[in-house]
Design a protein around this ligand. Structure first.
Ligand SMILES: CC(=O)Nc1ccn([C@H]2C[C@H](O)[C@@H](CO)O2)c(=O)n1
Length: 109
């Protein structure tokens, strides 16, 4: 039984294509551990769509985000900051979770 992380459904294509390899969350979602496999569902309708393997988890300030982080989100830095302001208004400290898609048996529900 794997723990579950959700993503907004608009990010599903990027995650499944390997274009989105990080996510930035508040402390309530800082619980994933390096090396952990997670079941990934859509936030809106709780639909399972993949498993990911967690490669890194660390705190990061909004001011420290750069173009590399934005590329890992498949966004520009301005787009990423807009998305974060929409989801987490006023927040300037996050947890960065870096992941890769699981392959083989771990990619099936
Ligand atoms: C419930 C909740 O907050 N769900 C989230 C939070 C963030 N994301 C995405 C949006 C951006 O691409 C990054 C940075 O936060 O992670 C999400 O899909 N679902």
């Amino acid at each position: 039984m794997y723990r579950k992380l959700t993503f907004f459904s608009r990010f599903v294509p990027d995650i499944l294509a390997g274009r989105k390899t990080i996510t930035l969350r508040d402390e309530a979602e800082s619980w994933p551990r390096i090396g952990e496999t997670l079941d990934v569902h859509t936030f809106e309708d709780d639909r399972w769509f993949c498993r990911i393997c967690v490669e890194d988890v660390h705190p990061i300030e909004l001011a420290a985000l750069d173009d590399t982080h934005a590329r890992q989100e498949n966004m520009t830095l301005a787009e990423l900051k807009d998305v974060l302001a929409g989801i987490y208004p006023g927040r300037d400290a996050f947890w960065l979770i870096r992941f890769k898609l699981c392959s083989g048996d771990d990619s099936q529900p």
